[in-house]
Write a protein that binds this ligand. Structure first.
Ligand SMILES: [Ca+2]
Ligand SMILES: [Ca+2]
Length: 496
């Protein structure tokens, strides 16, 4: 979908299909990737046999995966200034391979309502990259944001690590170097800045490498160094003489309470998530076992761990959305608690996800693209900045979880646009068919990016509730919504 398509063409009666890419094939020189692809195909067949019934698509009550309108993969969370910023890859609709062209950014203040920040980084950001926008990670240093990503270098046909830099966690991002930061045919970078200021870049499949990054975060000292993959350090794999340890890919490196953690995708395929710990940033590593067993209908998985507002969270991906699978993945999250000795308990995938870490304030501007769950909507860059919600058909809805109305709201305002005949925003509590506390009529505004603010009275919205913005109207796409906001006050009685 794109804003252009929606603006130029009259609204169609059906959701526009996303462009389907011809599956890319590993190049003959990319031995690692070829091996990986073959193994994954085998894994794909296996994965379909082990999808737990609980993880089959069930929209009702579910809030996990955390994004539903696009497929996301390879989560990399970053806590900054009271929010969790989540950097992900993006699986194209209908993918039959790792057809990945851009990365996405999401953020949340409560772990359940996630704001879509669009795609501030793509293959086109790197003039030297040809394909494979795979698993990256962003970190903050001195107020700048460095996003490390693996891509295929067009000139060599090999996987390389690029680094983009931006002045905000949501970008815009630019290629910091104009060439790869490091290239050895391996991928999946993870970065951690230690307390002493020394930053480390780890990456690899089938090996595990690191370099010491310089303070500028875009160069390094010394040469890439290979971590010895011993069974004591990374567990024992059976059945693959080329891969004697469990380490497969997707490392996630950090320190907590003086202990260094290497969390990684283990075995192949299907993968599970395991981890090792070390007393120092480069080892020696000791294998600590499984964090997340093989679950969830995707034959890969990928870890990301942060502490936020006093709790710990584990991000991963699965194939739990409708149409989901090994190449159409979705990022999900679970809350967990470290054991007293720093070990990590077993974490299982759920369809409920993490509990809400604090209510959402409806009396400040909230972006329409802040979503706990939705049905039928898409997002696009807004002409007013940020993103807006569009491709709204009759009956589509957005769920916003845990909205703190307190003693009550008196009115609702929404920033809307429509090149069609508009429609109605129904404000419902508890479910998409729950009690209506307000209805806001949206007119034709003269264009899909011609915005106006509509308001309507609200009655009966008190306490903390799940708010459903349910959209109704005629045929075709009805209208777009950029943001919304309630006004506090006594309920207004509708005129008789
Ligand atoms: Ca729709
Ligand atoms: Ca918006």
């Amino acid at each position: 979908m794109s804003a252009v398509a929606q603006t130029v063409s009259p609204p169609a009666a059906h959701r526009p299909p996303e462009v389907r890419m011809t599956p890319t094939r590993p190049s003959p020189t990319a031995g690692t990737r070829l091996t990986r692809a073959v193994a994954w195909v085998v894994g794909l067949l296996l994965a379909f046999a082990v999808v737990p019934a609980a993880l089959q698509p069930t929209a009702a009550r579910a809030d996990n995966p955390i994004v539903q309108h696009v497929y996301t993969a390879d989560p990399a969370p970053l806590v900054y200034n009271g929010r969790v910023y989540l950097y992900t890859g993006h699986d194209e609709d209908g993918s039959t391979y790792f057809t990945m062209k851009d990365w996405r950014v999401w953020s949340s203040a409560d772990m359940v309502n996630w704001t879509d920040h669009g795609s501030p980084l793509s293959l086109t950001t790197f003039s030297w990259a040809s394909s494979d926008a795979w698993a990256g990670q962003a970190v903050q240093r001195n107020g700048r944001f460095y996003w490390y990503v693996p891509v295929t270098n067009r000139a060599t046909g090999r996987m390389a690590i690029g680094v983009a830099v931006g002045d905000s966690p949501t970008g815009p991002f630019r290629d910091a170097l104009g060439h790869p930061l490091v290239e050895n045919g391996e991928f999946d970078p993870t970065v951690y800045v230690d307390d002493d200021g020394q930053a480390y870049l780890y990456w690899g499949n089938p090996n595990l490498w690191y370099v010491r990054l310089n303070a500028d975060m875009t160069s390094y000292s010394g040469s890439p160094t290979k971590i010895p993959l011993t069974t004591a350090g990374f567990g024992a794999r059976t059945g693959d003489s080329n891969r004697p340890t469990l380490f497969e890919e997707g490392p996630w490196f950090y320190k907590r309470n003086g202990l260094y953690y290497m969390v990684f995708a283990a075995k192949c395929c299907s993968e599970f998530i395991a981890y090792s710990t070390a007393p120092g940033p480069t080892g020696p590593w000791t294998y600590r076992g499984t964090i997340m067993p093989t679950q969830g209908g995707s034959f890969t998985n990928h870890p990301g761990i942060v502490d936020f507002k006093g709790n710990s969270y584990f991000f991963y991906h699965n194939g739990a959305l409708p149409g989901g699978g090994g190449f159409t993945r979705s990022v999900a999250v679970e809350k967990f608690s470290y054991n007293a000795d720093g070990t990590i308990p077993t974490i299982n995938m759920t369809t409920t996800g993490a509990p809400q870490a604090g209510p959402l304030d409806p009396y400040v501007r909230q972006e329409a693209e802040t979503v706990a769950w939705e049905s039928g909507i898409e997002t696009e860059p807004s002409g007013e900045g940020g993103m807006d919600v569009g491709w709204i058909d009759n009956g589509d809805y957005v769920k916003v979880k845990g909205v703190a109305f307190g003693s009550g709201a008196s009115s609702f305002a929404a920033r809307v646009s429509s090149a069609n005949s508009g429609g109605t925003v129904e404000l419902r509590l508890g479910s998409a068919s729950g009690t209506v506390v307000g209805r806001c009529v949206v007119p034709n505004t003269g264009g899909w990016q011609t915005w106006t603010t509509v308001t309507c009275p609200v009655s009966g919205a008190t306490g903390t509730q799940d708010l459903y913005l349910r959209f109704t109207g005629g045929s075709g796409y009805l209208f777009n919504v950029n943001w919304w906001q309630f006004t506090r006050g006594a309920a207004v009685t509708a005129p008789r």
